[in-house]
Design a protein around this ligand. Structure first.
Ligand code: COA
Length: 224
């Protein structure tokens, strides 16, 4: 398999190859998320400013796993609300947790829209996809790893807590909320500071895999 990362699409819409990689991934994202709700429509302005992480199959070159990473600074630069902000009113505990995130003074990265096509599960049999995609999101972001924070709003039914707990302490003890797009219980995960142990353990788990994914074209941003 191979990792493709589409960045700054809004500035590169004339780049037909880049746009085609994005659209292929969007077809998969749309198809897989419609399993949750049949009439879901998932294109939004964040698609133009986010990093799109796409794993492609070594069997047929097709995308089979995806996640999207949206940095706070990109939102601010484009007059968009950081993705969790419209959700803060869902619960009285959320605004304080978000304030703690901002006061950490790091670059919050919002990771979302994780999906994996089950037809290709064998290609990532040795890893938990949420864990791998989060780490790839961090290291592909271009931000210094000691300067990033994390947020996500996973659907509670997928039991991803163990993989989100290794990243860092969650701000607040917060109830779930019903997501406006998919009306099911979702977690509000806000992690102002990433554990040092997260970096050590994930670099040791995934560094070799990363080199093979990128065909050794790129150096890792930080040694283990
Ligand atoms: C989210 C996703 C990437 C997880 O893939 P995965 O890590 O390989 O995990 P699985 O699909 O096996 O599911 C993980 C858990 O969710 C549960 N689950 C999966 N689909 C479910 C469903 N439709 N309803 C209830 N539970 C479900 C599984 O039973 C499993 O539980 P377990 O960990 O206790 O065994 C994948 O299920 C997917 O692409 N889903 C569609 C897109 C989506 O809704 N993404 C939301 C991400 S928050």
């Amino acid at each position: 398999m191979e990792l493709a990362v589409v960045k700054d699409l809004g500035e590169n819409l004339g780049n037909v190859r880049e746009a085609a990689v994005f659209m292929e991934a969007i077809e998969m994202r749309q198809r897989l998320f419609r399993q949750n709700k049949k009439n879901l429509c998932l294109l939004d302005p964040y698609d133009l400013i986010s990093d799109h992480l796409i794993l492609r199959s070594s069997r047929d070159g097709k995308p089979f796993a995806y996640s999207r990473v949206t940095p706070l600074s990109k939102c601010l630069a484009h007059d968009l609300l950081y993705p969790v902000v419209p959700l803060l009113s869902s619960c009285r505990e959320y605004p304080e947790a978000y304030a703690r995130l901002l006061s950490a003074g790091h670059e919050p990265l919002h990771m979302g829209f994780l999906c994996l096509d089950p037809a290709y599960r064998d290609e990532v049999a040795s890893v938990k996809i949420v864990d791998l995609m989060i780490w790839l999101g961090f290291i592909s972001s271009g931000f210094a790893l000691d300067q990033v924070s994390f947020t996500a709003t996973p659907n509670a039914k997928f039991n991803q807590d163990p993989w989100l707990k290794v990243i860092g302490d969650w701000a607040g003890d917060m109830p779930d909320f019903i997501h406006p797009l998919i009306p099911e219980a979702h977690r509000m995960v806000i992690i102002p500071k990433i554990y040092d142990s997260y970096w050590t353990s994930r670099f040791s788990l995934y560094s070799e895999l990363y080199k093979s994914l990128r065909g050794e074209r790129e150096a890792l941003p930080r040694a283990a």
